[in-house]
Write a protein that binds this ligand. Structure first.
Ligand SMILES: *Cc1c(COP(=O)(O)O)cnc(C)c1O
Length: 235
């Protein structure tokens, strides 16, 4: 598989989607989602110039990240259990998957112990799917002030995983809804939230047309996921 060609093709599609939406391509970050792929594949993708990587399992990230170039930037995009928060604070520069106040409080506590300030996104389950984690749109607004008052966390924006559908046009309303929710949050906080993390391999172009500032692409860069997690894994 020619990973460099894959990255280049995605970058072309990102630029085209930006052009359609009248946006500057520099306002969209491309994250390579490397879960399920070994360090060798990650190094090959890093060689194309990408530096932002996403992982979704602490146990897997803990083994892989030390084997990757130290110049890479790592963000957590998977559901985080409170007993893994300590590791998460050490491994990641941003947690995109904050889905409850209690998790935020635990992250705040651990960040304080590490003398760090930790950027976070709130994960929103915009379609209300029971199979997915994330805040319901109303509870985001209800808990926003409390979340924002946690001194060691910096709220940078919202993240969502859209429902899986055959016709990508059907996810457009969910992306639009997340953007509108971000605007409501900004109004309530009286401050801008710079990050709208939405769009994956199958739907990143629509997400960009609807305002995404960070697309999380796995399969379209790396191919199908093959890596089996370490046997010792407990998550
Ligand atoms: C796996 C994953 C992705 C990437 O999905 P692909 O369809 O492989 O691009 C993006 N975001 C999250 C939260 C994921 O878990």
């Amino acid at each position: 598989m020619d990973l460099a060609a894959n990255v280049e093709a995605i970058q072309r599609h990102i630029t085209a989607a930006c052009t359609r939406a009248g946006r500057d391509p520099r306002t969209v970050q491309l994250m390579a989602v490397s879960k399920g792929h070994p360090p060798e594949a990650i190094r090959a993708v890093a060689d194309t110039g990408l530096t932002l990587f996403g992982e979704s399992k602490i146990q897997e990230a803990k083994v892989k990240i030390p084997q990757c170039p130290s110049r890479l930037h790592w963000q957590m995009i998977g559901h985080l259990q409170s007993n893994k928060v300590k590791d998460a604070v050490q491994l990641f520069e941003m947690i995109q998957s904050v889905d409850s106040l209690s998790l935020a409080e635990e992250l705040n506590k651990r960040a304080e112990q590490s003398a760090k300030t930790l950027p976070i996104l709130l994960e929103v389950n915009v379609a209300g799917e029971s199979s997915k984690f994330g805040y319901g749109p109303e509870s985001v607004l209800a808990e926003l002030e409390q979340l924002n008052s946690l001194k060691r966390l910096e709220l940078h924006g919202l993240m969502t995983i859209a429902p899986y559908v055959q016709d990508v046009e059907r996810v457009r309303p969910f992306f639009r809804k997340l953007r509108q929710l971000k605007e409501q949050c900004e109004q309530q906080l009286g401050a801008p939230l710079p990050v709208l993390s939405m769009g994956m391999s199958g739907d990143f172009e629509v997400a960009i047309e609807e305002g995404s500032t960070l697309v999380r692409v796995g399969t379209a860069i790396f191919g199908e996921r093959t890596y089996t997690r370490p046997v010792a894994s407990q998550d």
